[in-house]
Design a protein around this ligand. Structure first.
Ligand code: BES
Ligand code: ZN
Ligand code: ZN
Length: 477
């Protein structure tokens, strides 16, 4: 999609976003009568100017309640209306909003018109019209807004790239497929290392290996290292890449099990983020890591009660094979910390159903061993739209994962209470001394129905957050 910043509307379809109370003022500018229109958030009204030209009025609600998410949602609505008119070009005027409107408009359009149609063999694809040119009306022509536009386009496209990957079914997106996909991004700034099953055996990543042993698909651990010419910080992003989570011997119920193809969403977010960060050439070293495997039952699968020794030497009692995310992250986290020595680590995982119960679908759970990094991640979440909410992770929570016969157990006690925290308490045992944040995106990685600027399926959660976090960290001294 091409973006042009302009001073006056210049296409057949023009959309104007406005605050409540400013309806008449806007109507006058466009010489229109919109007496009945109230600019409530999410409300659109289309007025025909002539046979071909239309104005879409979009509400942003009350000025005092405004945040950039409201603009993104309004723009996604505008995009949906434009799609009905089969518009290939639209102009959006949101000059009533002062800052960051350019990036919010671009994000609203790019995320709003995403659809996963790869496997449709009928007309759905050809009937669909996408916006090829987006004109954004500005009050003044400012050079810095060109950069804002370019950056926003890179980020939004990376979110959709991540959604494309996460939406792939498990028969296509195997661990090897994810490794190959990461490898396609290798280039002058990104070095990709794929650790295969043999290497994982040599390294004694037995926790990751235990999860994969029920499947014929071999596991992988992939490191994508982005190293710019100049940097003074290293961040590591670690993703859970379960390409299908059946639960293993602790088998999940059949209902909705298909959704467990999205259990690789953390890994996909890492891949998408590294892609965007490298394209933007941010001056920060980023070590993207993901562990990927299937979690299936079979005669060779791991069993409840099994004990394994992880990469860092700690022993784990596996009490439930469905709590497999923490098992693969245990090795990925300690491997990353030991071999890349990052200044901080953020992991992203569809880890627990308990987090969905606690926080729902609009916000990710955050748990950490470091208050300063927590604030930075929360801030980046607020700024980017990938919002997070902190849950406690206190020393007393370590008790939840103490095993009777091994160092830790992968099921928290008491069972069924504070499950998101138990997951985090387990992971904490595999980070030695580095500031670390764990993001539980079980509720936010995909949506089962159209919501805001998301169509049904993967949301690409994490990409916007990680890019923003890296932008902010890179600006620190
Ligand atoms: N992938 C699931 C978590 C999940 C559940 C994500 C629902 C999204 C929606 C994870 O591997 C899992 O099965 N966790 C168990 C942990 C339990 C056995 C301690 C869970 O949440 O039930
Ligand atoms: Zn599971
Ligand atoms: Zn899982």
């Amino acid at each position: 999609m091409q973006v042009e910043l302009t001073n006056k509307p210049n296409s057949e379809i023009i959309a104007v976003a406005m605050f409540q109370g400013e309806e008449q003022k806007n109507a006058k500018t466009y010489n229109l009568d919109i007496n009945t229109f109230k600019a409530k958030p999410g409300v659109c009204q289309t007025v025909l100017l002539s046979k071909n030209s239309k104005v879409i009025f979009a509400g942003l609600g009350k000025k005092e309640d405004y945040n950039s998410e409201l603009l993104k949602k309004a723009v996604a609505k505008i995009t949906a209306v434009a799609a009905v008119f089969k518009a290939k070009e639209i102009t959006i005027d949101a000059t009533c909003v002062e800052s960051n409107s350019v990036s919010s408009i671009i994000e609203g359009v790019v995320l709003g018109q995403y659809a996963f149609l790869k496997y449709k063999t009928n007309g759905d694809k050809t009937e669909r019209v996408e916006i090829e040119k987006l004109n954004i009306v500005l009050n003044a022509n400012k050079k810095e807004l060109e950069t804002q536009a370019k950056t926003a386009l890179v980020i939004a496209n990376a979110v959709n790239y991540c959604r494309d990957l996460a939406n792939e079914p498990a028969n296509v997106a195997t661990p090897n497929f994810l490794a190959q996909t990461a490898t396609t991004l290798a280039g002058k700034n990104i070095v990709v290392t794929v650790l295969d099953k043999q290497e994982l055996q040599k390294l004694e990543c037995n926790s990751l290996l235990s999860v994969s042993q029920g499947s014929i698909q071999p596991p992988v651990m992939v490191v994508m290292e982005y190293k710019p010419a100049k940097y003074n910080k290293t961040i590591s992003l670690v993703g859970k890449g379960i390409t299908f989570d059946s639960g293993g011997i602790s088998l999940k119920p059949g209902k909705d099990m298909d959704q467990m193809k999205f259990d690789k969403s953390g890994a996909c977010a890492v891949i998408g983020s590294v892609k965007a960060i490298a394209e933007l050439q941010l001056p920060i070293r980023v070590v993207g890591v993901f562990a990927a495997t299937e979690n299936l039952p079979s005669g060779s699968a791991s069993k409840p009660g099994d004990v394994v020794k992880a990469y860092n030497g700690k022993t784990i009692e596996i009490l439930n094979t469905d709590a497999e995310g923490r098992l693969i992250l245990a090795d990925a986290l300690s491997y990353t910390e030991k071999n890349y020595k990052p200044d901080c680590i953020v992991d992203i995982a569809t880890l627990t159903g308990a987090c969905v119960v606690a926080l729902g679908n609009g916000v990710s759970g955050l748990m950490s061993n470091n208050a300063e990094l927590t604030q930075k991640v929360i801030q980046a979440g607020e700024e980017s739209g990938d919002r997070c909410w902190e849950l406690p992770l206190w020393p007393e929570h370590d008790e939840k994962v103490k095993s009777d016969i091994a160092d830790v157990k992968n099921l928290g006690s008491p069972e069924g209470s504070g499950g998101a925290i138990s997951g985090a308490a387990f992971l904490k045992a595999f980070v030695d001394k580095t500031p670390w944040v764990h993001l539980d995106v079980a509720g936010t990685a995909w949506t089962t129905s159209q919501r805001d600027y998301y169509s049904k399926g993967a949301t690409g959660v994490g990409v916007r957050l990680f890019v923003k976090l890296c932008q902010n960290l890179a600006m620190e001294k």
